[in-house]
Ligand binder design. Structure first.
Ligand code: FE
Length: 158
């Protein structure tokens, strides 16, 4: 009888810990991971095209390209803070450009599409496509140009 009780307790506690683990996994997964159908529901068609399908805004002087107010640029999909306005500069490339990003907010991935060797930048939190990073940024600071789609970011005034 004692042996049976022990086995029962062991089985129950094992199944409880598995359940707890499942819940834990689910909650981390739900934090930022959404299905494509869910993204489609919350993003505009242009946001979906750029952020989820790695599309590119047409180069323009509009959007945030020549926007220089003081504040923070957050991910348009998940709201994570990505760039401070003091790292934004005029690159004349047709897209918003930053020479630095907020620590740990960006993921870097080699991108050899369209016959070019580039490094894609994405929001680390949700995987949303932001743009690419180049080595032709201001030499006086980082030398980097984070070339970002206006569609991928939202400005929050200081
Ligand atoms: Fe994001």
């Amino acid at each position: 009888m004692k042996g049976l009780t022990f086995i029962l307790i062991a089985v129950i506690s094992y199944s409880c810990s598995t359940k707890a683990q499942e819940i834990k996994n689910k909650s981390t997964k739900n934090k930022m991971t959404k299905t494509e159908a869910e993204w489609k529901e919350i993003l505009t068609p242009q946001e979906y095209y750029v952020l989820r399908q790695k599309g590119t805004d047409r180069p323009s002087d509009g959007g945030y390209t020549n926007h220089f107010e003081k504040g923070t640029y957050v991910c348009a999909a998940c709201g994570t803070q990505l760039f401070k306005s003091n790292s934004k500069y005029k690159s004349h490339c047709g897209w918003p450009s930053f020479d630095d990003a907020i620590d740990g907010s960006i993921a870097f991935t080699p991108d050899n599409s369209h016959g070019m060797i580039r490094t894609e930048i994405t929001c680390k939190a949700c995987g949303g496509h932001l743009g690419h990073i180049f080595d032709d940024g201001p030499r006086k600071t980082t030398g980097k140009r984070y070339c970002v789609n206006t569609t991928s970011i939202k400005f929050v005034k200081q």
